[in-house]
Write a protein that binds this ligand. Sequence first.
Ligand code: SF4
Length: 218
Amino acid sequence: MIGVPKPFPSIWVTWLARLMADEIHCHWAIWFRTRYNYEKLISGFDLAKWNASHQDLLRSRVADLETEGYAVFLEGENWFEIAGRSFLVKVSGKPDIVAMVGDQGFVEDCKTGRRKHSDFYQVLIYLLLLPFSHPRYRKLSLAGRLIYPTEVIEIQAAQVNEDFKAQFRSAIAILNNTTPARKVPSLHECRFCDIPFQYCPERVENRLDEDLENHDLF
Ligand code: SF4
């Protein structure tokens, strides 16, 4: 079974960040999400708990920024969707915070889970796209920050260089291609994937039962 094709392929910045950070080897999963609507598997992930701790961190960060005199814009206020001009795909994002003082802006994302390379890519993609999203961000001098519970990591806009832009376009090209991307089934990735068996018959649900200790190699 195949899903229902989206009227216009669309991708979230978070998926792109994982692809660019090489944290997901089954590119087909992201290719499929970009191009099709489908019934998602219910994940065992405790979304309510994640939301609560994310909101706590966000609220505390906003309070600090407002005390320091920043104008702060949150989540839905920062939502954007940008259509490609060379690629038939839209990229959507929703930065947690954009804080402004004068013509200086900071795009910030709050992270409560374990640190990942994709956190860094996510903020870099925001730095790349935000100036093309909302008019109030067009003339800002932007920098990024990752907000962890015990540390703030600064990210400079200069890191959005030509190499990064080329990597971004390569990732978009994979998802824009009408030829499906490579599928790499593995228990490690399939167990966190929300694409059910009816769309992906190669889905790996269980470990192989074979007796893997039946050898004398080491
Ligand atoms: S279930 Fe596994 S093989 Fe299928 S798309 Fe998801 S990660 Fe890839």
